[in-house]
Design a protein around this ligand. Structure first.
Ligand code: ZN
Length: 307
């Protein structure tokens, strides 16, 4: 039985950093956004693995694919079927299928075998998949030999909208590039993913296997928050990357894709910035707040920094 922590939530919510920190612990391997493995190898510009090698040349991922017969020689129809887990419109269907034991067997096998092979090639007890898309989590929840934990990482939508106003580029790994996105699109993603995480994915995992985390809470107390996640997933806490309450050292890991920041390693100090308070134009701030306030209230978002 593979133990997997699936991170669900909107893009630019801090999942790359949270997953990188978790992946530093001895018992955990961080796959990054594993869903994109095939896309990055075969369809769009090549990605670098988090270790720096082109993804297709990384020994860890070669071993993972060698140990995952279902993931080998995928046809274009197979890939089309695989990426059908991505659109918002597919999530209710995936939820319904999972509930009635009708989940796409091939996609379940691909993900399940890759999780198991990654755990075995890295010797880890837990795989972190930061793919973030609820549809992937719904299929992961239906894999018979996966013990799935879900971390719903949420963040003040005004911060998320503000982050998407600035492109983030990686010349060596163009597939990591994050372009600029209009506020309406980011709000739609934020609302859809939040609701799918809470209404669909939460119902597909066992009691005690779902945790909601606010990025702001993490940034206020990074070490304490990561240690709480370690307790939540029930793995050994050896190999902590933290040298202080908000100081950590990140070593390279074998991540498929993520925010370009995943290639920045070394010592870092994690601080809460809330840049939107200075940078986000008032009309955008107002529209974002109005469009998301019920969910923000529900999640307890929008509070000022604790100190
Ligand atoms: Zn690698």
């Amino acid at each position: 039985m593979s133990k997997v922590l699936f991170i669900v939530g909107p893009g630019r919510s801090g999942s790359t950093l949270v997953a990188e920190l978790l992946g530093q612990f001895d018992a955990i391997v961080n796959a990054g956004e594993m869903f994109w493995y095939f896309n990055k190898v075969g369809v769009v510009p090549p990605s670098r693995c988090g270790c720096g090698l082109p993804l297709g040349e990384c020994a860890i991922w070669q071993e993972v694919i060698a140990g995952s017969p279902a993931a080998q020689n995928l046809s274009s129809d197979d890939l089309h079927d695989f990426y059908a887990m991505r659109p918002i419109a597919s999530w209710p269907k995936l939820f319904w299928q999972g509930r009635h034991g009708l989940s796409n067997a091939k996609n379940s096998r691909i993900l399940g075998q890759m999780y198991a092979a990654l755990a075995s090639s890295s010797g880890a007890d837990l795989v972190v998949d930061a793919s973030k898309l609820p549809g992937i989590g719904l299929v992961a929840a239906s894999i018979p030999d996966v013990d799935l934990y879900v971390l719903h990482l949420t963040r003040d939508p005004r911060s998320v909208v503000n982050a998407w106003r600035t492109p983030k580029l990686d010349v060596l790994s163009p597939s990591d590039n994050l372009g600029r996105r209009p506020a309406w699109q980011v709000i739609w993603w934020w609302v859809a993913r939040s609701l799918a995480a809470e209404w669909l994915l939460k119902r597909r995992v066992r009691p005690g296997h779902f945790l909601r985390l606010q990025y702001e809470q993490f940034a206020d107390a990074p070490r304490e928050t990561i240690e709480a996640i370690i307790q939540f997933v029930g793995v050994d806490d050896g190999g902590t990357p933290f040298s202080g309450p908000d100081q950590a050292t990140i070593l390279p890991s074998h991540t498929v894709i993520g925010n370009p920041d995943r290639h920045s390693t070394g010592e870092l100090t994690i601080t809460r910035r809330d840049r939107w308070r200075d940078e986000l134009p008032f009309p955008t701030r107002l529209i974002t707040g109005l469009a998301t306030w019920p969910a923000m209230r529900w999640f307890g978002l929008g509070r000022p920094p604790s100190d």
